[in-house]
Ligand binder design. Sequence first.
Ligand code: F6P
Length: 508
Amino acid sequence: MSEARAAAWRNLGLHNDPTLIELFRRDPRRVEKYSARLELGEEGQGAILFDWSKTHLDDDLLTDFEALTEAAGFSEARRKLFAGEVVNPTESRAAEHTALRGVGNEASVEEAAALRERMRLLVEAIHEGALGEVKHLIHIGIGGSALGPALAVDALGRDLSRVDVHVVSNVDGTALEAAFAACDPATTLVAVASKTFTTIETMTNAGSALKWLGDNGVADPHGRVIALTAQPEKAVEWGVDETRILPFAESVGGRYSLWSSIGFPVALAIGWEDFESMLAGAAAMDAHFRDTDGRANLPLRAAFADLLYARIKGAQTRAVFAYDERLRLLPSYLQQLEMESNGKRVTADGKPVDGPTAPITWGGVGTDGQHAVFQLLHQGMHLVPVDFIASIAPGDALDPAHHRILLMNCFAQGAALMAGKPSDDPARAYPGDRPSATILVDDLDAATLGALIAFHEHRTFANAVLMGINPFDQFGVELGKEIAKKIDAGGESFDASTEGLLKAAGLD
Ligand code: F6P
């Protein structure tokens, strides 16, 4: 398999490099061929338009990427993913996030549905006042236990938020203090979100949140805690009553866990029906990804573009600019998803990888980025493929001029990056031929957000399979944790620089 994959990669490197303008000139049907609209359901659950025509993908490249897909055993890897078989060989685990949306092996789908029902009952009981008046939720978690909830609450909970949610991840007490300042302890619940229920940042913040409740007149602080975890017995040990523990399966990875009980703050903020819509939107993307082959498979096609730039054209980064304030947290969500999954240096069978892996994902919101970092995109020396993401329907009720200006700017940036502009004055010349893709949703609602996130999950998986790496482990995060523990335990010495810093901060 790896020989066939290596040969397919070599073949991909042999292509000529027509410019984007040249590609459009050669193929009058380019827009039609390189964009696709995916309907999320028959009952008007929205649609998403993907436009890759301003990337350098062409028919020959697509054909060769399809050959790579076959050589890399993509169909079998995808079958294993959806069947709940081991796709994370270093930890001998399945990765069953799709089962949480009802797409996967029957037993896992059933188990997930039962756990979801338990969560629904608790969410609805809280909405109905079973835990007294609840105005605020402090959601404590980090990494995958925070980034998804923060994104979804921020994107969807703006107008209809029933509960004011504060996601706190940083162990820097300043973050928790800011949440305390915004909440009334008498009407606040605390969600402790941790797959392992051992993460030091989360457990430290959770302890301080309990203390804050107790210090501020709450008689039974533990009674205000909801635990979201794959280790329910650890939550019981920590003092949470079983009725307020919402478990999820060990086979769900942290950065893929938004759909599990880790999504509790989302359901509390936007209501159960919309939470289910988010899962349904993701399920529509799952079905598309599972059932579509070759270039018509949208997450796979996105991976073709990613790999073209990261592996063949040497791009070290990729940028994501959301022309939608509600998606301002999407780039940081994608950073964990893509870099923790695919920032690897060995293949799934432990051999050195044969090329660069995940590019550095970065980005922000348009139009702000235009007035800050876009200079480099247009005239800098780095090749940066950009994804623009926008919604046709506005998220605001102000003068339509706002949304018109927003969208015009979004489309203008893609056009400018591609076309460039000559000038006699070198400082004023734009080289052009800079690639971008545009993802345009009809309306950013729960279903389209779910589909958008699932699209990126599958895109990340497809990238990994084509590179031959395991996207579901993350051993790279362990060494720093180990050293922090050693520092805490004392009695060990470190390099001279670290010793100096410990001394300067009084931690020696
Ligand atoms: O350290 C990385 C990591 O394990 C992430 O993969 C994970 O999302 C995060 O820490 C939080 O882990 P937990 O949910 O177990 O607290």
